[in-house]
Write a protein that binds this ligand. Sequence first.
Ligand code: IPM
Ligand code: MG
Length: 381
Amino acid sequence: MDYLNHFEQLVKKQLERVEAMKQQEDFVDYSKLDKIVIGTVGGDGIGPAITAQAERILAYLLADDIKAGKVELRTIEDLTIEKRAEVGQAIPDSVLVELKKCDVILKGPTTTPRKGDPWPNIESANVAMRKELDLFANVRPVNVPEKGLDWTFFRENTEGAYVLGSEGVNITEDLAFDFKVITSQGAERIIRAAFEFAKKNDKKRVTCVTKANVIKTTDGKFLDVFKKVAEEYPGIEADDWYIDIMTAKLVDEKRRKDFQVMVLPNLYGDILTDEAAEFQGGVGTAGSANLGKRYAMFEAIHGSAPRMVDEGRDIYADPSSIIRAGAMLLNHIGYTKEADKLFKALDICGQTEKKIQLTGRDTGATSAEYADYIMETIEKL
Ligand code: IPM
Ligand code: MG
């Protein structure tokens, strides 16, 4: 391989991305749209089963505005591993066209092929969607009231170790290279989003997490931008930690309660949010928002659990994560009352009342029964 040429092409593309970011408009104002189109994507494995339940709940909460034509729920087909393998694309072109006709998207888990799988080595659909729709802010809240935890992670979603994750080079049989990219624009927009969130939600502290002592150029830039943006928010405490000690502090009962908003490059965000979600009951209970200025996508942060489907247990899959993603979607497009009710119902059904339980098999409730339980709970609020 002509690796110098390969590297030159990568640099060119990234410089183009910087230029595109400079031209970017501001966030969409959903209240100004005639109609908000919500696309739902089932994905793979248990995805279609759980997404269908989240869709039922959205249809129930938005019934009046759907009838009035102000909101449309639209099912987007074909973002499946079979179709993606067939056309050899992380997101088939035909699907991308449909996604771009939506304003916001609710997405079930999609299979990411790994070495040894029967699938061709296509890029993760999640990663591709984040890149294609420029969804730069991955917002992952973790809330455990009884432990006093109330964290919101702002994970950078379009650069870092991920943006060229499939573009690494084997220079020789013995020498492998990957690339990590941070841009001033990319760092600034996520860091600003974290501070704006803190300001709006009365949070007093924003923490930046990097490994800038070792990864000096890229993480160093991220941290420099953080310090600069922080100056514009004098009422908010801004501090920075390295990822290793941060990972440890999340299990330190005395210190962890003090963290509120955390902003971090892509890969650190990937790892730290899985750890954080564990305190809330695991990745299956977390939802995640992927926000860009034009589009936004909401997803469960767990995988597609193909084994559950093979064993015929997909009807018992836990839909809480994708339903929580649905509540975040409602919040984002301005249906804050409906979102609040749904968040409350999720807490009552999953943490306090627990009238029915999901076990992932026929000893517990089905996903549909659980969605019914949530809707009945909302009725009583
Ligand atoms: C996540 C997932 C994805 C990621 C995978 C499926 C590519 O782990 O959303 O955190 O690494 O971003
Ligand atoms: Mg992850």
